[in-house]
Design a protein around this ligand. Structure first.
Ligand SMILES: Cc1cc2nc3c(=O)[nH]c(=O)nc-3n(C[C@H](O)[C@H](O)[C@H](O)COP(=O)(O)OP(=O)(O)OC[C@H]3O[C@@H](n4cnc5c(N)ncnc54)[C@H](O)[C@@H]3O)c2cc1C
Length: 392
C-alpha cells in the first residue's frame, strides 16, 4: 500500500491544476488516470489551439442549479491569474470574437506548462491506472487499482464529464459521489449540435456546409453567432450555446436575418414600386440555396408588387422567426461538455470539499457547473481546482 497525502483522480485540466497548487504547499500528491496520456481534452480543445480562458468571465456565463456556487472560485482564481501563469511560460496567444483567448501555436503549450509545474511541485502522475474501488477507513481513503493500492488523507475527484467517451470519459466521478451519499443531478450533453426531425432533415439537407450569422433563442437565453447547417442537423457556435439551455421537446427560434426587420423592408420596397421577384430581393441578403429551402418556388418567383401584407408577414416570419423543434442532440459522442453532475449544494464553494464527507473534494466538469462556449469551461476547471488545491 503506497501512502500519500492526496490522491487526485483525473489528470485533466482541473486535476493537474489542483495537483500543482497542493504540491506547492508541500503535500505529497499522486495523480491517477486510466488514460495513457494526461490532458487529452486539453490537446483536442479549441481545434488544437485550446481556448483556455476569456477576457470577460462572469457568473452569468455559467449554468448550474446553484448559480451562486461558481462566484467565489471564479473571483479568487480569475482569468488574469491564469494569464499571469501562461505569461511565465511565454505562451503566445490571441483574442478571437467575444474575448476568447487561444494559443497561437498549440494546445500542447498549455499541457506542457501544467506538466512542468507539476514536476516543479514534486507531483507524481501515474497513467494507465484502472480504479477498482474506493473506501474510507479511519479518516483515510483507500484506492484500489489494478496497478497497485494507495491510501491518502484527501481524495480529489477530477474525472470530468461524460462527453467524448472515446477520449476516456467515464461516470466514475458521479459513482464516487453516489457511493458517499452525495447527490448527483441528472446529466445531459451540452454545447452539442442539434439533430432535426426527419422531415426537416430532408428539407434542409441541401444546405449542409452553409453558415449564417443568426440570433438563436430558447425560453431562457439568446445568442447571436453563426449557425452551421450540417448533414445531421444544425451546429455552429449559436446552436452549441443554446443547446446547453435547451430541454427536449422545446422549440428554438432562429432569426436568420438578425440585423433586418424583413417585414418592414419588404413593405417599404413594395411601396417604392420595386418590381423585382421576391427571390431576387432575398438573394441580396441570404444564400440562394437557403432561400430555396425556406420558401416554395411559386412564392419566390412572385413579384413583390403582387404580395399581400399577410404574405409578406409570413415570408418575414420564416426568416426573422424561424421556429424549429429539434429532434434531439448528437449526445455525448460530440458534446463539448456535460451539464448537470455533482450537486453544488453538497460542496463548499470555498474549498470544493464535500460538506458531508471530510477530505473528499470535487473539481472541474464533474460538478454541476457548465460554462458557455468560449474558454469558460477551462476557466472553471482552473478556478475550482486552484481553490481545492489550497485546502486538500
Ligand atoms: C472537443 C472538445 C473541445 C473543447 N474545447 C474547449 C475549449 O476550447 N475551451 C474550453 O473552455 N473548454 C473546452 N472543452 C471543455 C473542456 O475540455 C472541459 O470542460 C475540461 O477539460 C474539464 O476539465 P476536467 O479536469 O474537469 O475534466 P477532463 O479534462 O475531461 O479530465 C478528466 C480526466 O479524468 C480521467 N478519467 C475519467 N474517468 C476516469 C476513470 N474511471 N479512472 C481514471 N481516470 C478517469 C480522464 O481520462 C481525464 O484525463 C472542450 C471539450 C471537448 C470535448
Amino acid at each position: 500500500m503506497t501512502e500519500v497525502d492526496i490522491i487526485i483522480i483525473g489528470a485533466g485540466a482541473s486535476g493537474l491544476m489542483c495537483a500543482i497548487e497542493a504540491g506547492k504547499r508541500g503535500r505529497k500528491v499522486l495523480v491517477l488516470d486510466h488514460a495513457n496520456k494526461a490532458g487529452k481534452k486539453i490537446l483536442m480543445s479549441g481545434g488544437g489551439r485550446c481556448n483556455f480562458t476569456n477576457y470577460s468571465i462572469e457568473p452569468d456565463n455559467f449554468i448550474s442549479h446553484n448559480p451562486h456556487f461558481c462566484k467565489s472560485a471564479l473571483s479568487r482564481y480569475s482569468q488574469w491569474d491564469f494569464l499571469a501563469l501562461i505569461g511565465k511560460y511565454q505562451i503566445v496567444f490571441h483574442e478571437r470574437d467575444h474575448g476568447q483567448l487561444f494559443c497561437n501555436e498549440s494546445a500542447r503549450d498549455i499541457l506542457n506548462m501544467l506538466l512542468a509545474e507539476c514536476a516543479k511541485a514534486g507531483v507524481m502522475v501515474q497513467l494507465s491506472t484502472d480504479i477498482d474501488s474506493i473506501e474510507r477507513l479511519d479518516n483515510r481513503f483507500s484506492v484500489k487499482t489494478k496497478q497497485g493500492n494507495f491510501s491518502c488523507q484527501s481524495l480529489v475527484v477530477a474525472t470530468g464529464g461524460l462527453s467524448i467517451p472515446k477520449m476516456g470519459a467515464t461516470p466514475l466521478g458521479y459513482k464516487i459521489a453516489q457511493q458517499f451519499g452525495i447527490n448527483v443531478l441528472p446529466t445531459r450533453a451540452g454545447l452539442v449540435p442539434f439533430t432535426l426531425q426527419p422531415e426537416d432533415k430532408e428539407k434542409f439537407s441541401a444546405l449542409s456546409g452553409i453558415a449564417v450569422p443568426c440570433a438563436v433563442s430558447s425560453k431562457r437565453q439568446s445568442f447571436s453567432e453563426n449557425v452551421l447547417f450540417t448533414h445531421r442537423g444544425l451546429s455552429g457556435p449559436a446552436i452549441l450555446q443554446i443547446s446547453s439551455y435547451w430541454q427536449a421537446g422545446e422549440d428554438v427560434v432562429i432569426n436568420v436575418l438578425p440585423q433586418l426587420n424583413l417585414e418592414a423592408e419588404l413593405k417599404s420596397k413594395r411601396q417604392q414600386k420595386l418590381k423585382n421577384k421576391l427571390k431576387t430581393i432575398l438573394e441580396g441578403y441570404l444564400p440562394k440555396r437557403l432561400i430555396a429551402s425556406f420558401l416554395p418556388e411559386d412564392l419566390l418567383d412572385a413579384s413583390l408588387q403582387d404580395l399581400s401584407d399577410k404574405q409578406i408577414q409570413r415570408v418575414a416570419d420564416q426568416f426573422n422567426n424561424w421556429t424549429i423543434k429539434p429532434n434531439g442532440t448528437e449526445g455525448y459522442r460530440t458534446a463539448e461538455v456535460t451539464s448537470g453532475g455533482v450537486d453544488c449544494d453538497a460542496i463548499s464553494s470555498k474549498t470544493m470539499e464535500s460538506k458531508q464527507v471530510p477530505g473528499l473534494y470535487f473539481i472541474g466538469e464533474v460538478l454541476d457547473v457548465t460554462g458557455w462556449l468560449g474558454g469558460y469551461n477551462f476557466q472553471w476547471a482552473w478556478s475550482s481546482a486552484w481553490c481545492a488545491g489550497q485546502y486538500c
